[in-house]
Design a protein around this ligand. Sequence first.
Ligand code: 5GP
Ligand code: ZN
Length: 143
Amino acid sequence: MNTDPDCVFCRIVAGELPAALVAEDEVTIAFMDINPINEGHLLVIPREHHESIATIPGDVVSHMTLISQWLTAALRASPVRTEGVNLYLADGAAAGQEVPHAHMHVIPRWRRDGFRFNVSRPPTPTHEQLEDMAAQIRAAATE
Ligand code: 5GP
Ligand code: ZN
């Protein structure tokens, strides 16, 4: 299995560093984020080390997603304040990824909890510009 001895999440998987475990199976583990955005913020990671979601085998990504869905339901059913949930994955440092082992954030949300993405959008594109962008991405998409 792909692993990196210097990776903090690989070290959690190996049991070398402590973590408050929420769930584990043969493919993924889920544990509480050490510096939560909101109370109940947890992370779902593949056991295997992959920096980018792009290099994780598809069945592992599917499994991570299913576990994230399952834990979203668990949060909603739990006493943890959860009026909504954000699933969030930062792929690459430019996207805000700080730990280079792919992970899904599962973040409980409620109205006026103070958390917001600081969004500044470019001017609204024309439909033609959207079609052009879609064509570029379609052409680069591999099977
Ligand atoms: P990123 O910015 O890479 O998307 O998110 C990394 C997340 O991992 C952050 O929310 C951060 O608080 C969390 N984190 C970093 N180091 C540790 C650790 O050693 N243990 C746990 N439980 N979470 C960590
Ligand atoms: Zn790792």
